[in-house]
Design a protein around this ligand. Structure first.
Ligand code: OSB
Ligand code: MG
Length: 375
């Protein structure tokens, strides 16, 4: 493939519903999008870094500068066959995995278009539909949370994940379990608890949660492994898993029994597939996490979720849960059975809407390859 140009854009999009976690409240998103032009085709990538470095140490402004000055120039200077070649080209740059993923994923998307196959197939996907859950933020009142859960269950979602924190945990789980004794229920603490909370967390076993996501420090394996030995409920790691080696370490130390794979957090599809595979070899189920993506990142999550070891419902849900209007067509929808159909057409299977993106754009920058030498 020959890449002619890469366009960087920042778009600003208000969320249809505010989203609150233990690390803060999000009402709108500033999102870095990349658009690759190559051989008459166009492919997009979305960077999942947030506005602030609260989930990880990346944020949109660091992703922008590193993409512009380090990542994109390397890709434009180097000949490349497909998405799998991108990590090698970018490896001199340490960290910045969310920025790298946006670029690598766009190249995979491009490659699937060039080969005229679906992105799911190119990644090794086997599922025709993917099971979907929802992640529900901390609400102003418990009553509002109960109403929201009722709506999502009505819509068909197969698993409810509750964001939690010290004053929004046991009493909430108890209330939910009273009304819905047998739904698949999990919680996500986003690293808010400490060792002094071990006894408290141990009392949650009675709620029969499917898993407790990232209860402790965002960069920890050791103390999660101590906690996992104290409780019956499975721990699922999100923030801590940066790559395949982390997944191996976490599994061997028994820091978790389930892994959340976010393609941005691990640096792109290549590493996401490697984490998927290593977990599969050790019989550890994985599921696909979400980062409040637009349709571009969401379509990529759907393709990834079609790999065989994505056994549990993910956080990949309908466009309408996030946006008044998404930037792809058709929007992502979820069936009454709580499933998303995996597209089979070439590329991601969704059409990106450049006019709508144009209206949302607040800054842009184009980097071009040196002119091709012709004989
Ligand atoms: O920890 O999974 C998380 C959103 C932003 C940052 C971190 C997380 C989340 C979610 C939302 O849980 C998942 C989604 O619906 O996209
Ligand atoms: Mg999480």
């Amino acid at each position: 493939m020959h890449i002619d140009a890469i366009h960087m854009r920042e778009i600003n999009m208000p969320l249809a519903y505010p989203f609150e976690t233990s690390f803060g409240l999000t009402t709108g998103r500033r999102i870095l999008l990349l658009e690759i032009e190559a051989d008459g085709l166009t492919a997009w990538g979305e960077c999942v870094a947030g506005e602030h470095p609260y989930f990880s140490d990346e944020m949109i402004d660091t992703a922008w500068i590193i993409s512009e000055t380090e990542l994109i120039p390397r890709l434009l200077e180097t000949g490349i066959e497909g998405g799998g070649g991108v990590p090698g080209i970018l490896k001199q740059v340490r960290g910045h995995r969310m920025a790298k993923a946006a670029l690598e994923n766009a190249v995979w998307d491009l490659e699937s278009q060039m080969k005229n196959i679906s992105l799911s197939k190119l990644l090794g996907g086997t599922r025709k539909v993917i099971p979907c859950g929802v992640s529900i933020g901390i609400q102003p009142t418990p009553e509002q949370l109960m109403d929201k859960i009722a709506l999502e269950l009505e819509a068909g979602y197969q698993r409810i994940k509750l964001k939690c924190k010290p004053d929004w945990d046991s009493s909430i789980f108890e209330m939910v379990r009273k009304r819905w004794p047998s739904i698949l229920l999990s919680c996500d603490a986003n690293s808010v608890y400490r060792m002094k909370d071990f006894d408290h967390i141990a009392t949650w076993d009675e709620f029969k949660l499917l898993m407790i996501e990232q209860p402790l420090w965002y960069d920890d394996f050791y103390f999660h492994s101590m906690l996992q030995k104290r409780i019956e409920t499975a721990i699922c790691l999100d923030e801590s898993i940066r790559n395949r080696r982390d997944a191996l370490a976490a599994i061997d130390m028994e820091s978790c029994k389930i892994i959340n794979i976010k393609v941005g957090r691990v640096g792109g599809f290549s590493e996401a597939i490697a984490v998927h595979n290593v977990a599969e070899e050790r019989a550890i189920p994985v599921w696909c996490g979400g980062m409040l993506e637009t349709g571009i990142g969401r379509a990529h999550n759907i393709a990834l979720s079609s790999l065989p070891n994505f056994q549990l419902p993910g956080d990949v849900s309908a466009s309408a849960r996030y946006w008044e209007e998404d930037i792809i067509e058709p929007e992502v929808t979820v069936s009454k059975k709580g499933e998303i159909q995996v597209p089979t057409s070439a590329g991601s299977g969704y059409k990106v809407l450049p006019k709508r993106i144009e209206k949302l754009t607040v800054r842009q920058q184009t980097l071009r390859a040196k002119a091709r030498v012709t004989a």
